[in-house]
Design a protein around this ligand. Structure first.
Ligand code: C2E
Ligand code: CA
Ligand code: CA
Length: 670
């Protein structure tokens, strides 16, 4: 019965919401499309056959990354300032709240959109407004607050649930609607801080009745600004979800235990570990994996296997008394313990002294384990898991049957990486990345005609992080897209600004292949050109040979590159000669400039062989109708040789190191 209530609740909420709201099921089909969606956005539900239509039309400005986050969301996500593409091809901005939920028994994702132009789309005939008001008042609890948070009115549904009498409730303030404990009051503060800045807040919160009993609501708190009084007042729209919450808690309990062993499962463990970290507890995170479990499984039947796991669990429980134990996988267990390393390693000996018998035969069993300390080694659940798995991989490589600690160097590498990731998020958020530009000179005219943009990051905590360290970490974590967008925007802005000052300079931007996996990359670049007023022919996108090799296999990347080329953007093949140079992709991809890698240039004057090679590369490039540029040119001698070979352009310390944008005009005149 409870489940029914839960379904109809979320569904009703979506359908009745006074703003565009819809839901997707796990197959990516739109299951709910409320009337306001159609009214405001213009699309009908039938317009969306599957998620791709949604991705390519309505939400086409969302990055692939963001989509992944949405599809994987375990809890509520809010994305501000998203562009919505209406059916009539106009754009509008909105904040979107995404909530994973259960609709008709299916895992679904609910989307609530809060357009910037709040409610302007609602019909404004008196009848329509009245219908809306009555609809909301009969389905939701509604409370009106003045600018200081005092209750000025509420509807009967609110009184019924909260058990307040109209007289009593009127002098109460916002905070008195929440339980008195610290956590709830903090929650109230958070909500208040959001709405008093003119933003909508939405989420599940616990509230208190007059009787002191608590109840759960799904709350939407909306600020409304009165031009006349120059003040905000607030509306709280609530739906009682106490039944759902109780059911959820029950389900969680079921979902949190490993049915076979009764140990907690990985979801529960994650919560336990998060809590321990929040409480700043010190502990060892021990990941134990039974070696060759699959061979064991194949040799025996299901019953034997199950007995074996139970016997193993028994030994874990006896040996690691008072520790947290979890089964995270068929043959993988985790122990959270304050006991020291030598004790943990002693478990292997204990297992040998207490073998597991199948029939009358002791089963040979070996364990590979990884010990990671928190907080010294790693300080969040994912890192603890990753670090332990990395250690286990090392143990296995060395033959298994051992429990080791995260090695010093692995530890340093992992923690440096996670620090970079963490600080990078902050840097992106606070716009702490900088751009330097390095000029490129046309050898025929001797003039600077282009600059290449490089990312620079000096973090106040971890110091300078060079691109060679930064880019691989960013690629792995997906943050490369954010760096890319930042660089594209900055470089285009700069090129447009120079052009306005009468300086016509092309700008080169380095891109990694991962950025082009985002299907909206071309669109993003073209939009940025429009936004910044930068002409397409001033942009040179640099891709590496590795990029080219991967792009060759992905038609969507090639299509995007071609589209950009048609618009007038130039592609540069960077680091030429270091990788997998191939005629095939050079014909397939729209490349106009070939950049000879600096390692060749640096050995240019040292060996005859390199000289012949570079001479050859220049001719090869020209025969393919490409412009040939040499990078890393540091000496006059190198430059002269390149001139002799008829190379078109050079770049390097000889001309200038990468410098800030304001230094470029001086270089042009010198
Ligand atoms: P790259 O695109 O091949 O850039 C050339 C690198 O050589 C730059 O290093 C540049 O500062 C340096 N360089 C330039 N002239 C000379 C010279 O005459 N001698 C020597 N020894 N070095 C010279 P940087 O800025 O550290 O960048 C390293 C690499 O990181 C770049 O190689 C590029 O692949 C990547 N990178 C830099 N910025 C970005 C970015 O914004 N996005 C992406 N995806 N990658 C970037
Ligand atoms: Ca480059
Ligand atoms: Ca290069």
């Amino acid at each position: 019965m409870n489940l029914k209530i839960m379904q109809s609740c979320e569904e009703k909420l979506l359908l009745d919401a006074p703003f565009p709201s819809f839901a997707l099921n796990k197959n990516g089909q739109i299951t709910i499309w409320n009337p306001i969606c159609e009214q405001y956005l213009g699309y009908k539900k039938e317009d969306f056959k599957n998620i791709n239509t949604l991705k390519d039309q309505l939400l086409s400005t969302l990055s692939e990354n963001m989509w992944q986050r949405i599809l994987d969301a375990q809890e509520f996500i809010r994305i501000n300032n998203i562009q919505l593409l209406h059916k009539n091809e106009t754009l509008s901005k909105a904040d979107i709240i995404i909530i994973p939920c259960l609709i008709n028994g299916e895992h679904s994702i609910a989307f609530y959109c809060f357009p910037e132009e709040q409610f302007a789309f609602l019909g404004d005939s008196e009848q329509e407004l009245n219908d809306l008001k009555n609809g909301i008042l009969s389905s939701f609890m509604v409370v009106n607050l003045d600018h200081e948070g005092f209750i000025i009115s509420c509807n009967p549904l609110f009184l019924k649930t909260s058990k307040w009498t109209p007289k009593r409730v009127l002098k109460k303030n916002f905070w008195q609607l929440f339980p008195e404990d610290e956590e709830s009051q903090q929650m109230a503060d958070t909500i208040w801080n959001t709405i008093s800045k003119g933003k909508i807040w939405q989420g599940d919160v616990q509230k208190t009745k007059k009787t002191g009993e608590t109840y759960w609501v799904h709350l939407t708190a909306i600020p409304t600004y009165s031009q006349k009084e120059q003040k905000y007042s607030y509306i709280l729209i609530e739906q009682d979800i106490t039944n759902e919450k109780e059911l959820q808690q029950k389900l969680e309990k079921i979902a949190y235990v490993d049915a076979e062993t009764g140990l907690m499962n990985v979801h529960r463990l994650e919560n336990v570990v998060k809590k321990m970290i929040a409480e700043q507890q010190n502990f060892y995170f021990v990941y134990l994996s039974i070696d060759k479990f699959y061979t064991l499984k194949e040799l025996h039947n299901v019953e034997v296997e199950s007995n074996f796991i139970l016997e193993f669990t028994k030994r874990l429980k006896i040996y690691f008394q008072d520790s947290v134990l979890a089964r995270v996988n068929e043959s993988d267990f985790i122990v959270i313990t304050p006991l020291g390393e030598w004790f943990i390693q002693g478990f292997l000996t204990y297992l040998k002294q207490h073998p597991i018998y199948i029939g009358h035969r002791a089963m040979p069993i070996t364990i590979s384990g990884g010990i990671t300390r928190s907080p010294q080694d790693q300080s969040n659940f994912t890192q603890l898991m990753n670090a332990s798995l990395a250690t286990i991989a090392d143990v296995r490589k060395a033959g298994g049957d051992n429990i080791l600690s995260l090695s010093e160097s692995a530890h340093k590498k992992l923690s440096r990486k996670s620090i970079i990731e963490k600080r990078l998020l902050l840097a992106l958020d606070q716009h702490n990345l900088k751009v330097l530009y390095q000029p490129q000179v046309d050898l025929k005219t001797g003039k600077i005609y282009a600059v290449e943009a490089f990312v620079r990051w000096e973090d106040e905590e971890i110091g300078v992080v060079s691109p060679d360290e930064l880019i691989p970490v960013a690629e792995e974590s997906g943050l490369i897209n954010n760096i890319g967008s930042f660089m594209i925007e900055e470089a285009c802005k700069q090129a447009a600004q120079w052009q306005q000052q009468g300086i016509e300079l092309k700008v080169g931007i380095n891109l990694s292949v991962r950025e082009f996996r985002d299907k909206n990359m071309a669109k993003f670049i073209l939009d940025t050109l429009m936004k910044t007023g930068c002409p397409a022919n001033l942009v040179q996108l640099e891709i590496t040979e590795k990029f080219a090799l991967e792009a060759e296999a992905e038609t969507s990347i090639i299509q995007q590159m071609r589209k950009l080329e048609e618009e007038g953007i130039t592609f540069v093949l960077d680091d030429f000669g270091t990788g997998y140079a191939s005629f095939r992709y050079m014909q397939l991809l729209p490349i106009q400039i070939l950049k000879i890698d600096q390692t060749y240039i640096q050995s240019l004057t040292k060996s005859d062989k390199t000289q012949r090679l570079i001479n050859g590369i220049v001719h090869f490039g020209k025969s393919m109708n490409l412009t040939v540029l040499a990078e890393g040119v540091e000496t006059e001698e190198q430059k002269q040789l390149l001139e002799q070979y008829d190379c078109d352009a050079i770049q390097g310390y000889l001309i200038s190191k990468p410098v800030t944008a304001d230094k470029i005009p001086q270089l042009l005149s010198s």
